[in-house]
Ligand binder design. Structure first.
Ligand code: FES
Length: 165
């Protein structure tokens, strides 16, 4: 059942809670299974709000602070629902040396959120990745899985406009 103090914008369904409990039960007796458990929970629910982190901590019998520190350390875990359009910005070395940080800053400025966040209208979320395997095209981003390469800050606005209509 959803907990009473659930603050998630998108409520988690009864079926998702049951699925989460099954995931936790599967990993309960395996030491060092927290990351795998979090992966499966995020796959099931789409994100890892604090209510989900508490449920996992309780189920695995570990402090919620341990769960939180893992969730906040790895960029691939999100505590917010993903946006309609998911933007991944590569900050791997090959992209970084060609100005990926300026590209990320421009995207953050254009949308008005930071990496790891979702825009209030639910349209975009931004995350940072370490390599997309397209280093020769750097700086590279992907939006909904479509790659955009050889980017400069001034190319960002027209790209985002296509997804804003
Ligand atoms: S470093 Fe960016 S695609 Fe490899």
């Amino acid at each position: 059942m959803p907990c009473a103090e659930c603050t998630c914008k998108d409520k988690i369904t009864k079926e998702q809670w049951e699925g989460l409990d099954a995931v936790v039960a599967k990993h309960k007796s395996t030491r060092g299974s927290l990351i795998q458990c979090l992966h499966e929970a995020q796959e099931l629910i789409g994100f890892l709000p604090i209510e989900v982190q508490k449920r996992i901590a309780d189920g695995l019998g570990i402090p919620v602070a341990d769960v939180y520190s893992v969730v906040s350390f790895y960029a691939l875990f999100s505590t917010q629902p993903k946006g309609e359009h998911e933007i991944s910005v590569c900050l791997g070395t090959a992209c970084y040396v060609r100005g990926a940080d300026s590209v990320l800053n421009e995207i953050q400025d254009q949308i008005g959120i930071k990496a790891g966040e979702t825009s209030k209208d639910g349209k975009f979320s931004i995350n940072v990745v370490r390599c997309m395997g397209a280093c020769g095209l750097g700086p590279v981003i992907s939006i909904d899985g479509q790659t955009h390469g050889r980017l400069k800050s001034d190319k960002i606005k027209p790209i985002l406009e296509k997804y804003n209509s």
